[in-house]
Design a protein around this ligand. Sequence first.
Ligand code: HEM
Length: 167
Amino acid sequence: MQSITAFLEWLQASSLAVFIHKTTWAFTTVEVVHVFAISMVIGTIAIVDLRLLGFASTKRPVAELSKQVLPFTWAAFVLAVLAGVLLFISRATDYFVNPVFWIKMSLIVLAGINMMIFEFITVRGVQQWNLDPTPPSPARLAGGVSITCWVLVLLCGRLIAFTLPTE
Ligand code: HEM
């Protein structure tokens, strides 16, 4: 634990972290990039989730829709992680002990596991229900879990700022 704390203190004292932390426009710019990226992640994943739930794009084949949309989700996710890491290092010791931050990270991992299960197991038989307006229950479950996780990630992300100690 001591070595983690020492590492976080070192990270937070780096010139990049101090610059982001002390320069209002720098933190704001990184946060804007983060918010842009997460809106792309959630906006694009919602297209797929709503199709899996049978609520939208019901005339489009699931496999084709996912293939077209998910590369944008992944690209936006990489950008969200990069910007998130920059925000994190600016107050690494405070974020590290913040339970809401860890709930948010756990929800991201959960959304990832849900996606893996869908990609490696559920989607195998997609050709049988590719054109069905309402996909089978495992696919609907994957869509429901996904959209719920992402909305909760949003909520926690917003909540972090209100749960940090005032400086
Ligand atoms: C795609 C997944 C993610 C979503 C949906 C998300 C969501 C959010 C939201 C809504 C905010 C608040 C923005 C604002 O109030 O202006 C936020 C801030 C933040 N996020 Fe994320 N985030 C994601 C990924 C990450 C990752 C991977 C990290 C860290 C490695 C991270 C670290 C942070 C930090 C440190 C803040 C600043 C909190 C503060 O206001 O002090 N985020 N995020």
